[in-house]
Design a protein around this ligand. Sequence first.
Ligand SMILES: [Zn+2]
Length: 659
Amino acid sequence: MKNRWNDNEANHYRESDLMMRVYTSRLLGQDDDLVLHGGGNTSVKARVKNIFGEEEDILYVKGSGWDLKTIEAPGFSPARLDVLKKLGSLPALTDTQMTKELKASMTDVSAPAPSVEAILHALIPFKFVDHTHTDAVVAISNTENGEEILRELYGERVLILPYEMPGFILSKQVYEVTKDLDWSSIDGIFLLHHGLFTFHDDAKTSYDNMIRLVSKAEDYLKAQGCFDAQAKATCEINDDSYLKVAEMRKQASAFFGNPLLVRWRQDEHCAGYSKMADIENIATRGPVTPDHTIHTKRIAAILDDNPKQGIDNFADNYQQYFDRNTDGQLTCLDKAPRFAVWKNRGCVLFAQNHKRLGVISDIFDHTMKCVQWGEALGGWKALSEKEIFDLEYWELEQAKLKKGNSRSPMEGRVALVTGAASGIGKACVDALLAQGAAVIATDINPAIENLFPSPAVSGVVCDITSTDSVKAAIQKGVAAFGGIDMLVSNAGAFPPSCRIEALDDEALEKSMALNFNGHVRVMREALPFLKCGFDPSIVIMASKNVPAPGPGAGAYSAAKAALTQMMRVASLELGEYGIRVNALHPNAVFDTGVWTEEVLKKRAAHYGLTVEEYKTNNVLKTEITSADVAAMVVALCSPVFSKTTGAQVPIDGGNERVI
Ligand SMILES: [Zn+2]
């Protein structure tokens, strides 16, 4: 493991112990083999003057909700050291009492709640304490002879303690073991199946010790050939595989109680894992560390040619696991899996939103890696089911999940938007994102792939005049998010003005191909997925030209009129599946690329108007923006329009010819 300490960088943080703590915490946070998504914690002890001018010993410990990678000084909770130490000497304390007492020990009520490992940090009599959940050490401890291997590797300079529940019980364990210990005789404390503590009065030495101890475990794994043990392969993908993904999303979401995002990972590591001979057994032995369980559940679902059945089996097994372990007072959590191994086809992840999807995906990468290291070391062996259950249902872990649990209106739902690189399409992506939806954003412009920085967007190049291209784009989108609930069929182009007598075949066919056939093609290919969707809805971007055509726009108006007629037929055909189909007729949306200042001036002059008059030339005397159209798209996909299908909604500020 690389030691990331840099003297020049460190010099910027020397102003205080707390700033030095920020620096080395971030160093630890940069290695996801050490800490992952809020995992691990650090602290520093400092003398601080209170408001009366008296000096107090304060423990600054990582506050909940902060990540070591990006932590800043306000991310550390200041707590009175003597109070924490006294708490550590109590014979017993419930989790609720501990949380209350930790809060009461703080000297700044506006700081975040201290880590549940705060008491343990207080008990370690050094200024700097570093704690990580390092992959290498934890993976070794999750094997048959793990403890012996660690003892042999590290000798007498470390303490190796059996697994205990984090929080007060763990603090108590460390308190008892270290009561009569000469602390200078050890460099670290290993907690089996959990992680590692290092400490020192000097920030650099504590960090160096962490890197040194972890590197030793990594060197051992390397020497044992574990680093070459990770399987790689290619996924087996059939034509119907993508639809099966949408079906498993439907099934898992039913167990979850809300729509889930589903990611089908086909990369070589996932494919390799899914092709391991004994994968049903290997992937169902348990997690790397119990605290992953709140994100990923204890084990993977195992899926085969009938993945729906695999989801059902997982839910049954989860209920049995709950029944076996509950004390009768607990409420069973949802029974949907968080990750699955799809035999020979890679791995599938399930999450309520894109943020959780990212967390689960990262944890899954580390799980696959550690499990295979463990297998190479003689056999992966996780903690007992009961110990994992106790952590999964520990009230403090459940509280972590409940934080940030306010749902956005479209959370877990997936939209497909065509023509998403600019104008109305781009505004639709932004509006749907703001509602919490995940978006498959397609466009013929290759810039679409990186246009939206949000991980809730899958940008895919798509030419809607090609069936192969549409199929491929939909497949890519379904692999990213698991299905399609909303289709915003928007891609199109307004051809140059041309009267019928001058309209050549090519121009006519081009407009029909894009503004009519293309929409029908996208709808047709998306339909099997929409049928598995949640509150499925199609919004067709038509035009004011349908109810109120203008001369010179025949190729465009006729294509949009045909499209509107197709929308009406679709609403009749799709009602039985609960799919709503509606059309929007926008007019005069001038904040798109086509309408440069110059074009606007020209058109306004043509009608003898100023640009301002031209822009607001409607009944309401208002300007229509692409964001207005996008807001209407969101409304059409929302429960507000849940009883409406086959409708044509103008968004034009009121047009006398339409009214
Ligand atoms: Zn920990």
